[in-house]
Design a protein around this ligand. Structure first.
Ligand SMILES: [Zn+2]
Length: 109
């Protein structure tokens, strides 16, 4: 990976981090406990709880991604940055640009 690629990727990681943080905030609101007297309109309580489960799973994934993005920012200037954590091959720059939190190459993902 060239320095230019690293600089561009760093920008991409920061961009994605902002997106992830915004989404995490939204999901934190959406995963608040559902109060029993809450007026749910057309949504039944069961549906609201199912939504909450889906949102909690999404929140968990985003929190994992956020942690990986943070690691990527910390590690990006290391010479071994961008190597697959499974096989040690270099992860394609296109893949890192598309999924900046990925730590696996295409083959291992
Ligand atoms: Zn690999």
């Amino acid at each position: 990976m060239t320095d230019e690629e690293k600089t561009a990727l760093r920008e991409r990681i920061l961009e994605r981090s902002v997106e992830v943080e915004v989404r995490i905030e939204q999901l934190r609101d959406a995963t608040q406990p559902i109060s029993p007297d809450k007026g749910l309109g057309r949504l039944t309580r069961l549906e609201a709880m199912q939504d909450k489960g889906v949102n909690e799973a999404a929140l968990q994934r985003l929190q994992d991604e956020s942690a990986r993005l943070h690691n990527a920012l910390v590690n990006i200037m290391r010479p071994d940055f961008g190597q697959c954590s499974n096989c040690g091959e270099e992860i394609a720059i296109e893949r890192l640009q598309a999924l900046p939190a990925s730590t696996l190459c295409m083959d291992c993902a």
